[in-house]
Design a protein around this ligand. Structure first.
Ligand code: SAH
Ligand code: SF4
Length: 380
């Protein structure tokens, strides 16, 4: 087949990974198929991790052949696969158009966590984030988001991963954190569709408590998530007051702290956990002073929460430095003395740049942010 014909043929194929459970039901109904066919297909793709329609052996032959003619199962392809000394693994995945995203697998004693990306780049430009500095290209499709989970489970199972929590035939990924590249709530519909698949018993069957979405604080979208698909919520706070948060997390200028904390309170009414996790990146001399810890504790007094202090992970050309251990522990102690639960996040996968905020992938920036920066650097 000539390349152009092959390309056209490929583009015309429906990617079954793009359907959430409801959409797959509608797709089958449209084809005059019974609802249980959709459930069967969902199980083949997401439970048994089939990569071909032909493999779905208990689907009636006629349905299977018809489906194989115009649908396929297509996850992003792996460009690079890196393993860190602590067992953390990072996959660089090609999503077309010279964009690549990153997915990180973090094995722990009792669980396997996958950190999933939601966008190629990020438009929100937080000062301390490597993804933000890359600029923004586009939202990921449902297939590209859920494809990360599908691919990680498939790869690890094919390799015969052995871990204490992996029972025979069970998926090695037991927990998902939407903390990779991008702001998940800025890609709301596709992220929620992917979350529905993660939670569905015919797909990954994860409990809502084992799926955490991290946001920099898009208030209206937090409320929509509460209505449509409440999973565990982590909010990137990073500062005790608006003046500092405006500079570190620019979206704060649109949704300041008072509005954000009120949204957290509303969210908790529906959340699978009775608290929100606040992430707080520890930046030396910027947001890590004892008086800032006290101000922070006072600020969140009314919100049931736990703090996760994240030592800043450096990346090239950043002006920030990581707070010292002593300073992080002093900060933690002040929060704890104020009656708050505060833990320090263990940095994982540092030697392969897989730690929080280090994911850069490859992004064809549409915001021209990098060009502006370069220009500013040259003219200053
Ligand atoms: N966009 C979402 C989720 C992705 S970032 C959000 O901002 O919440 C996941 C977490 O890593 C966030 O708390 C983010 O603030 C933090 N982070 C970003 N850059 C970091 C860095 N260089 N070092 C440590 N944490 C970082
Ligand atoms: Fe985007 Fe989150 Fe990075 Fe901010 S911290 S730039 S919201 S990915």
């Amino acid at each position: 087949m000539p390349a152009t014909v092959a390309l056209k043929y490929r583009l015309a194929m429906i990617n079954l990974l793009d359907f959430d459970p409801t959409a797959l039901g509608a797709f089958f109904a449209e084809r005059g198929e019974k609802p249980f066919r959709a459930r069967q297909t969902l199980r083949w793709i997401h439970r048994r991790l089939a990569d071909r329609v032909d493999a779905m052996s208990d689907l009636a032959r006629a349905s299977r052949e018809a489906l194989a003619r115009d649908a396929e199962i297509r996850a992003p392809s792996v460009v690079r696969d890196s393993s860190a000394s602590d067992g953390t693994r990072k996959w660089l995945l090609d999503v077309g158009g010279a964009n690549a995203i990153e997915t990180v697998y973090i094995p722990e004693d009792d669980r396997g966590t996958l950190c999933i990306s939601s966008q190629a780049g990020c438009a929100l430009d937080c000062a301390f984030c490597s993804t933000g500095k890359q600029g923004f290209s586009r939202n990921l499709s449902v297939a590209e988001i859920i494809g990360q989970l599908w691919l990680a489970n498939r790869t690890l199972l094919a390799e015969g991963v052995t871990a204490p929590w992996v029972e025979h035939g069970r998926h090695p990924i037991t927990n998902v954190v939407m903390m990779g590249m991008g702001e998940p709530l800025a890609n709301f519909d596709n992220v929620v569709a992917a979350l529905q698949l993660m939670l569905d018993d015919n797909a990954y069957g994860l409990s809502r408590r084992r799926v955490t979405l991290s946001t920099s604080g898009l208030v209206p979208a937090i409320d929509r998530l509460r209505e449509q698909c409440p999973v565990a919520l982590a909010v990137s706070l990073h500062a005790p007051d608006d003046a500092l948060r405006d500079t570190l997390v620019p979206i704060n200028r649109k949704y300041p702290l008072a509005e954000l904390l009120a949204a957290c309170l509303r969210y908790i009414e529906r959340a699978p956990r009775d608290f929100v996790t606040f992430e707080y990146v520890m930046l030396d001399g910027v947001n890590d002073a004892p008086e800032q810890a006290r101000a922070l504790a006072a600020r969140v007094r009314d919100v049931p929460c736990k703090f996760n202090l994240i030592p800043f992970n450096p990346f090239p050309n950043t002006e920030f430095r990581t707070s010292s251990r002593t300073r992080i522990h002093a900060f933690q102690k002040i929060l704890q003395d104020a009656g708050l639960v505060a833990t320090v996040r263990k940095t994982r996968g540092e030697d392969i740049d897989a730690a929080c905020g280090q994911l850069a992938g490859q992004v064809q920036d549409k915001t021209k942010r990098r060009v502006h920066r370069l220009h500013a650097a040259v003219t200053s």
